[in-house]
Design a protein around this ligand. Structure first.
Ligand code: DHB
Ligand code: FE
Length: 282
C-alpha cells in the first residue's frame, strides 16, 4: 500500500522563489536563510519521496472571484507554473499523479469531504516556492506532485479544524491506495504576515514559534484555534497557516521533529520550515 512517510510545513514567500530564480542565494540578505534550510534539502534528497501532496493556496492565478472552490484537488497529468502579476516562474512543469489523485478524490468525497476536482489547474508561487525551498533548481522536479488548493484568500476560508480533519481523511485515502508510493504531505503558507492595511508588515514570532511547537506536540489544540486568533495574532495573511494542519492531520498523533528552521524576515513574512516524521511513533 502507499504510505505517508513525513510532513513538511513551509512558507511560500514569492521573494524566496525570485531569489532562487535569480541566483541571489548568496546575497547578504538571503544567505542566512538559505544556510538554515540546507539540512532540509539534504533530508528530502535522502528520503526521495515518489509523490509530494502539496496543500497550498492559489493567489488569483488559476481561480478568481468568479470561482472560489474551498478545496480543489488537481487530478491532471501536468500542471503549468503561473503567477499573478509577475508571470510564471522559470521552473519545471509539475508532473501529476492522476491515478493516486483520482483515488484521493473518490476516497475523500465518499468520506464526506466535498472537494472540487480540477482537471486543469495552473500552479502559482504557493506551490512552486515550497518545491524550490526543498529541491532547489533541478532540471525536472524529482517527484510527482498532487496539488490541493485551499481557499484562504476570500472570506470565508475553511476552519483549521476542517483542514486538520481533511488531513486525517487524506491519510486514510493514501493508506488504502494499492501502490507502493512513498508520499510526503506539504502544508504551506504563512507564517505571520500582513500585506496590506494599517498593520502591514506585522510579524509575531512568539505566535509562530508556539504554532510550530503545537504542530509537533498538540495539533488538536491548534486545530481548535478560530480564524479570529490567526487574524489578530498572525495578521490577515497569517490565515494561510491553517493549511499546515492538513499536513499534520495526515501524520500519526505522535511525530518526531526531524528539522526546524525559523527566519525573520523574508520579504514581509516570518518564514518557517519544519519536517515531521512518524516512523516508530503511534
Ligand atoms: C508575500 C507573502 C505571501 O504569502 C504572498 O502570497 C505574497 C507576498 C510577502 O511576504 O511578500
Ligand atoms: Fe501567500
Amino acid at each position: 500500500m502507499a504510505e505517508v512517510i513525513a510532513g513538511v510545513g513551509t512558507s511560500h514567500v514569492p521573494a524566496v522563489g525570485a531569489a532562487i530564480d535569480n541566483n541571489k542565494q548568496n546575497d547578504p540578505y538571503w544567505a542566512p536563510y538559505f544556510e538554515k534550510i540546507e539540512p532540509a534539502r539534504q533530508w528530502i534528497a535522502e528520503a526521495k519521496p515518489d509523490v509530494c501532496l502539496i496543500v497550498y493556496n492559489d493567489h488569483a492565478s488559476t481561480f478568481s472571484l468568479e470561482l472560489i472552490p474551498t478545496f480543489a484537488l488537481g487530478v491532471a497529468a501536468q500542471f503549468a507554473p503561473a503567477d499573478e502579476g509577475y508571470g510564471p516562474r522559470p521552473v519545471p512543469i509539475v508532473q501529476g499523479h492522476p491515478e493516486l489523485a483520482w483515488h484521493l478524490a473518490e476516497s475523500l468525497i465518499l468520506d464526506e469531504f466535498d472537494l472540487t476536482i480540477a482537471n486543469e489547474m495552473a500552479v502559482d508561487h504557493g506551490l512552486t516556492v515550497p518545491l524550490s525551498v526543498m529541491y532547489g533548481q533541478p532540471e525536472a522536479w524529482p517527484c510527482r506532485v498532487i496539488p490541493l488548493a485551499v481557499n484562504v484568500v476570500q472570506y470565508p476560508a475553511p476552519t483549521g479544524n476542517r483542514c486538520y480533519r481533511l488531513g486525517q481523511a487524506i491519510r486514510r485515502a493514501i493508506d488504502s491506495f494499492p501502490g507502493n508510493e512513498r508520499v510526503v504531505v506539504f502544508g504551506t503558507g504563512g507564517m505571520s504576515h500582513q500585506l496590506q492595511g494599517e498593520r502591514a508588515g506585522l510579524i509575531n514570532t512568539e505566535f509562530d514559534l508556539a504554532f510550530l511547537d503545537r504542530m509537533v506536540g498538540d495539533p488538536e489544540a491548534q486545530a481548535a484555534v478560530p480564524h479570529i486568533e490567526y487574524l489578530r495574532e498572525a495578521g490577515s495573511e497569517g490565515i494561510e497557516l491553517v493549511m499546515w494542519l492538513t499536513m499534520r492531520g495526515a501524520l500519526n498523533p505522535k511525530v518526531r521533529e526531524v528539522f526546524r528552521a525559523h527566519h525573520v524576515p523574508t520579504s514581509n513574512t516570518s518564514n518557517g520550515l519544519i519536517i515531521l516524521d512518524h516512523q516508530g511513533e503511534p
